[in-house]
Design a protein around this ligand. Structure first.
Ligand SMILES: CC(=O)N[C@H]1[C@@H](OP(=O)(O)OP(=O)(O)OC[C@H]2O[C@@H](n3ccc(=O)[nH]c3=O)[C@H](O)[C@@H]2O)O[C@H](CO)[C@@H](O)[C@@H]1O
Ligand SMILES: C=C(OP(=O)(O)O)C(=O)O
Length: 430
């Protein structure tokens, strides 16, 4: 199994190109199931999760063709991919494929909408909490689906073979359930109103793509999304937004090591809340025409308390990285996780590097130390893994991050991007 070796202590200076967002690309790819025409997506990141979803979609009959890469960049960077689901050959998404990735469960929405039936294994994904699917089931039932959970599968059928629009109030904000109900409602009979919907930029990116395919969606980016069902959708060409979590991750790396980096292609409006928090730690954040410039000089890192919240609040997907940064702050900070009940697996690993963190329920108290020291650590989930990389970049001496396959799910060419900015970081294969 691959490992990442880091020798910490260098400032980061240079340019890091920001890739297309994993969490936008995945639902956009799934939207290709809604039409027999071709959906072309630009800026699709080259990640393990994307490759896995290509396999899952292929099982349903989706063909794909890679037609372009980013200019000036080689193999392994964001690409343009066309997806065509001319015929859906199978409405079952089997355990072997779905168990590896949470988002693969989301095929249930388009399959049900287009084919009137779906049988989808209950999902896997990062081990950060129980992650139930009750909201998906509830919401799809509100649109007229009969759903049973049998032998680890959600088995769904649309009454009279077509979903029916309805008003559905999410009892809790869910990004995935918002994606799924929005996709399902595009082909339903009549109007659907989703209340307390997720406002994340990835939901907006998906709604805009669906509208380009002929859907009638309004209100995306607010808590109330209205979808007027249509009889069929067509193909479209659409661009995946830049990854706000990758952006925030590298911004935190610079805030921790010091230096001056341009996050090329990043959009500040996608993560303003997190950037405001970073400014309060002492980092300088300068939005420019070509991206976001992040600088920090020698004045140290100020402690800042954060609470994770749905968008536009501080994202849970940056919580681990922010904790990494706070381990070297000049004081005490409080980090409260409200989205997932078990998203503190990085705490004990950061402690191996010398961090002082105590946990009390859903809150971590981080007592900043003046230096971290390199150590072997274990990556436990995607964002926890990258928090260890950030801490390793700032720690004295050698850090080896084991089990890096988690990182490959969500970070495109991480070692290359960081080493181009002066980090000593390499992948050790095998
Ligand atoms: C591929 C992708 O885009 N993943 C993101 C997505 O995950 P995902 O869509 O899985 O996260 P949700 O927004 O659905 O989860 C929010 C909360 O709702 C709960 N819940 C969700 C569904 C349900 O049926 N019942 C229920 O109780 C979850 O357990 C969690 O406590 O949004 C999360 C929150 O921003 C991010 O951390 C993930 O990176
Ligand atoms: C939790 C994440 O992914 P997933 O929802 O696919 O597990 C993530 O992207 O941080």
């Amino acid at each position: 199994m691959d490992r990442i070796r880091i020798v910490g202590g260098n400032e980061l200076t240079g340019t890091i190109p920001i890739s297309g967002a994993k969490n936008a690309a995945l639902p956009l790819m799934i939207a290709s199931l809604l039409t027999d025409d071709t959906l072309t997506l630009e800026n699709v990141p080259h990640l393990a999760d994307v490759e896995q979803l290509i396999r899952i979609l292929g099982n349903h009959g989706v063909d794909y063709a890679v037609s372009g890469r980013r200019e000036r960049q080689g193999e392994g960077y964001s690409r343009t991919i066309s997806f065509t689901a001319r015929n859906i050959v199978d409405t079952t998404a089997p355990y072997e494929l779905v168990s590896k990735m949470r988002a693969s469960f989301w095929v249930i929405g388009p399959l049900l909408a287009r084919m009137g039936e779906a049988k989808v294994s209950l999902p896997g994904g990062c081990a950060i909490g129980t992650r139930p699917v009750d909201l998906f089931i509830d919401g799809l039932q509100a649109l007229g689906a009969d759903i049973e959970v049998e032998n680890g599968y959600a088995v769904a059928k649309a009454r009279n073979n077509r979903l029916t629009g309805n008003r559905y109030v999410f009892p809790k904000i869910s990004v995935g359930a918002t994606h799924v109900l929005m996709m399902a409602a595009t082909l339903a009979r009549g109007e659907t109103v989703l209340e307390n919907a997720a406002r994340e930029p990835e939901v907006v990116n998906l709604a805009e793509c669906l509208n380009a395919m002929g859907a009638r969606i309004t209100g995306q980016g607010t808590s109330t999304i209205t979808i007027e069902g249509v009889d069929s959708l067509s193909g479209a060409r659409h661009r995946v937004i830049p990854d706000r979590i990758e952006t925030g991750t590298y911004a935190m790396a610079v805030a921790m090591t010091g230096g001056d980096v341009l996050l090329e292609g990043a959009r500040a409006d996608l993560l303003q809340g997190a950037l405001d928090v970073l400014s309060r730690t002492g980092a300088e954040i300068i939005p420019t025409n070509s991206g976001i410039r992040v600088l920090r000089n020698g004045s140290g890192i100020a402690p800042v308390d954060v609470v994770t919240e749905p968008f536009p609040g501080f994202p849970t997907d940056l919580q681990a990285q922010f904790m990494g940064l706070m381990t070297m702050s000049k004081g005490k900070s409080k980090i409260t996780e409200t989205i997932f009940e078990n998203r503190f697996m990085h705490v004990q690993e950061l402690a191996r590097l010398g961090a002082h963190i105590t946990l009390s329920g859903q809150t971590a108290i981080v007592e900043g130390v003046s230096k971290l020291k390199g150590a072997p650590v274990m990556a436990t989930d995607l964002r926890a893994s990258v928090s260890l990389v950030i801490a390793g970049l700032a720690a004295e001496g050698e850090t080896v991050v084991n089990r890096v396959y988690h990182l490959d799910r969500g970070f495109e060419r991480l070692e290359e991007k960081l080493s181009r900015c002066g980090a000593v970081i390499e992948r050790i294969s095998g």
